[in-house]
Ligand binder design. Structure first.
Ligand code: GDP
Length: 318
């Protein structure tokens, strides 16, 4: 079928019928994107999302003129790539820049997702950009969370503001911000408390902390291993504190082996942003404005990268 496309020299409703069927059935070994699609189908997580995706590729393929120098089959692969990229947020999303005063980044998320680690990583990331960074420890509930942040801060040589575990988190955050303003810090990263599950108290306290510090960014830290519940998680946090983006952690490891990694990525992206939306996921993502801003790729403080939709799309395509 791909030979027909190649021979005809342009994409038409007729000659893409077969390739599209193959993409759907995912049997053509020469078509790399099928790996990701097959994974989605096999994982049986978001069939409607896959269907919408295939439809979108089909529409785009038919609407496109064949660019000189690209054979039609390459063109079709490019269309798949472009759609994948747009599905993942299109352009890379930067941190919000404040008009004046320090950037304030609120780190939210469930316990164990890698929130405290991500706070440290982000501090180092911004420090390397030449910013004067302050970490604020408000996770007063998880035993040793404050010590952990203090240790991380020591390692990366970023000061950590803390008031122990007897002061309420919003108050710690308030004083931390005050210090940052007085001492002309460029960025303040507030590590908030996480819990094993979403509960009203956690959300109420998070809202209160947010009110107090008026963050420029509220980042939801999500473990890449999170399955289908990711959509609900994002929704709950977004409704409570209006997140500006996500940090996807633990993108390095997969107990089932590295080969499964890209698959995981695809599934997670579809899940986080697509699953419980009635409109197509890429619209959902744009409308909600919650892009993945960073990915964590290891336990080390250096293991944080901005999330590049086009790189992720390439990785998924293999
Ligand atoms: P918190 O409860 O959300 O603050 O979670 P922590 O920051 O304490 O992280 C929980 C565990 O996950 C720790 O053992 C971290 O070293 C580990 N971790 C965090 N981020 C990553 C990551 O990107 N990759 C890997 N492999 N481990 C991570």
């Amino acid at each position: 079928a791909w030979d027909t496309v190649r021979k005809d020299g342009k994409l038409s409703a007729d000659n893409i019928k077969e390739p599209m069927r193959e993409i759907r059935r995912v049997v053509h070994p020469a078509v790399a994107p099928c790996g990701a699609l097959r994974a989605l189908l096999e994982a049986d997580v978001s069939l409607p999302v896959v269907r919408r995706f295939v439809k979108k590729v089909e529409d785009a393929a038919l609407g496109e003129r064949v660019v000189k120098g690209l054979s039609p089959d390459q063109k079709l692969t490019k269309v798949v790539y472009e759609e994948l990229k747009s599905l993942m947020g299109g352009e890379q999303a930067e941190l919000v820049q404040p008009k004046y005063g320090p950037s304030v980044i609120l780190m939210a998320g469930l316990q164990g997702t890698g929130k405290t680690t991500a706070a440290g990583k982000l501090a180092l990331y911004l420090k390397k950009k030449g910013l004067k960074v302050l970490l604020v420890a408000t996770d007063v509930y998880r035993p040793a969370a404050i010590d952990q942040l203090v240790t991380l801060g020591g390692k990366i040589e970023v000061p950590v503001f803390e008031l122990g575990t007897q002061v309420a988190p919003p108050e710690i955050a308030r004083q931390g911000l005050e210090k940052a303003k007085a001492e002309e810090y460029d960025a303040v990263i507030v590590d908030t408390a996480g819990r094993l599950q979403i509960d009203d108290r956690l959300m109420a306290e998070l809202r209160e902390t947010k009110e107090v510090v008026q963050p420029t960014d509220t980042l939801l830290v999500v473990d890449a291993m999170t399955g289908q519940e990711a959509a609900g998680l994002v929704k709950a946090f977004n409704e409570a504190v209006d997140i500006t983006g996500a940090v996807l952690t633990k993108m390095d490891g997969d107990s089932r082996g590295g080969a499964a990694l890209s698959i995981k990525e695809a599934i997670l992206c579809f899940n986080v942003f697509g699953d419980d939306c009635s409109s197509p996921p890429w619209r959902c993502l744009q409308v909600s404005g919650r892009p993945i801003k960073f990915v964590g790729t290891g336990e080390k403080m250096e293991a944080l990268e901005p999330f590049f939709p086009e790189r992720m799309a390439s990785r998924i395509l293999g």
